[in-house]
Design a protein around this ligand. Structure first.
Ligand code: XLS
Ligand code: NI
Ligand code: NI
Length: 443
């Protein structure tokens, strides 16, 4: 077994490069569906899906929850924070290579130890960026996006860019500037803002309009800085309705689309839609993807899932094939993603073997690969699109077409209705579509 590892030691011994073995295999450490170079339509599976592993859940989060500390014993925990960060980057790139993801994502303080002293913080990050760069060159793994963690440090308890205290807003700029520098240094394709603390707990002490204006101002400054240092990618906003804040400003796709358009940010900013955030906002994953796509703003996806019984962000690995088919229908219809599918997902706290990290990613990659196959078949080989088009056929000709083109007034519509009489009943036929989806899923 070839054991591709690039550091001083191997962190996942006994696990080689994860092979594709197909549906007949019962090997938990093999792909059953995801076959990177297999073509689906005009692209390979790898090109369609653009998978990324995330640094935070997989290499820094040992499974802590509000009731207890982490349960996983990471072999890269090495004493000092910097020694751990150096070992962690080796472990991470060994993992990326063995699982076969082309991309990864990180926050500034996942990659490098945080420090309140600004010069020390910047030095730590520069040091780790240099190491990550060497490992990217050695493995060919690329950075999908970078971001700054503006939610963990207590200074951000009242928000970062939306903090009522200007001093905190300015301090947040230190991290965003450094994270943008890091992203550019690593050739990162995009940059994400997830506004964890950008929101409020109560209106009694909050001037919401002022905070939102500050937010837009801050984002425009980040954009201008990014462009000034040669960043060519998209800035993504990742909506989430709540948790940690009671009300978060980036509630869902529709809210963020309106905000970006109102502030003239929609040329540079797009959306990174996370499945579990969409469900927390009372929508389906597919709904928020479709809203983003319809605004021309669907840029990237944080691929995970929630739990129907829990009202919080469980960030589980995606395994639900209805979700992945639904997501890939939206993605294929818009011609792909500028970003990719980032597994912002964590193995369960009870899943403590290092092998579980691989198995979790294999499951997510297979679930999306199957979603891709089924969505592609539905769009290209089934009557699905034709049925949907026919449902709107009355707008393709005659008065319906005139209406859609803006050539009629309300009184014209009323006159047409007076001539035509009561409309004939037309079935929505939802079950017919659901059965077609199942038929292709079960093939
Ligand atoms: C948390 C968010 C976070 C972002 C990156 O709920 O999903 O992980 O993706 O800051
Ligand atoms: Ni989440
Ligand atoms: Ni996320």
């Amino acid at each position: 077994m070839s054991t591709p590892f690039i550091g001083k030691r191997e962190y996942f011994p006994g696990i080689g490069r994860i092979p594709f073995e197909g549906q007949q295999s019962d090997n938990p450490l093999a792909f059953k569906v995801y076959d990177a170079n297999r073509r689906i339509g005009n692209k390979t599976m790898a090109e369609h899906l653009r998978f990324a592993a995330c640094y935070w859940h997989t290499f820094t989060n040992a499974g802590h929850d509000p009731f207890g500390p982490g349960t996983r014993r990471f072999p890269w925990e090495a004493g000092s924070p910097m020694a751990t960060a150096e070992a962690r980057v080796d472990a991470a790139f060994e993992f990326f290579t063995k699982i076969g993801v082309p991309y990864y994502c990180f926050h500034d303080v996942d990659l490098a130890p945080d420090a309140e002293d600004i010069a020390q913080y910047e030095k730590n990050l520069r040091h780790m960026v240099a190491l990550a760069k060497e490992r990217q060159q050695a493995t060919g793994v690329k950075l999908l996006w970078g971001t700054a963690n503006l939610f963990s440090h207590p200074r951000y308890m009242n928000g970062a860019a939306t903090n009522p205290d200007f001093n905190v807003v300015a301090r947040a700029a230190v991290q965003v500037k450094a994270a943008l520098d890091a992203t550019v240094a690593l050739g990162g394709e995009h940059y994400v803002f997830w506004g964890g603390r950008e929101g409020y707990a109560s209106l009694v002490n909050t001037d919401m309009k002022r905070e939102l204006d500050h937010f837009a101002r801050f984002l425009a400054m980040a954009r201008d800085y990014g462009r000034s240092i040669g960043f060519k990618g998209c800035f993504f906003i990742e909506p989430k309705p709540m948790e940690p804040m009671k009300h978060q400003y980036d509630f869902d796709s529709a809210t963020v689309a309106g905000f970006l358009q109102r502030h003239g940010l929609d040329k540079d900013f797009k959306l990174n839609i996370e499945a579990n955030h969409a469900t927390l906002s009372g929508h389906t994953f597919e709904h928020d993807l479709q809203v983003a796509s319809d605004h021309g703003l669907l840029g990237s996806i944080d691929a995970n899932r929630g739990n129907p019984q829990n009202g919080w962000d469980t960030d589980q690995f995606p395994t639900d094939l209805y979700d992945t088919v639904g997501a890939m229908l939206v993605v294929l219809r818009q011609g792909g993603l500028a970003g990719g599918l980032n597994f912002d997902a964590k193995a369960r706290r009870e899943s403590t073997d290092m092998e579980d990290l691989f198995i979790a990613h294999i499951g997510g990659m297979d679930a999306f690969a199957r979603g891709l196959e089924v969505a592609h078949a539905l769009l290209t080989a089934s009557p699905w699109e034709k049925w949907r088009q026919e449902r709107y056929a009355s707008f393709d000709q005659g008065a319906g077409r005139d209406f859609a083109a803006g050539r009629l007034a309300l009184a014209d519509l009323a006159a047409i209705a007076a001539k035509s009489g009561e409309p004939a009943q037309v079935s929505g036929q939802q079950e017919r579509y659901e059965n077609l989806l199942n038929q292709y899923l079960m093939r």
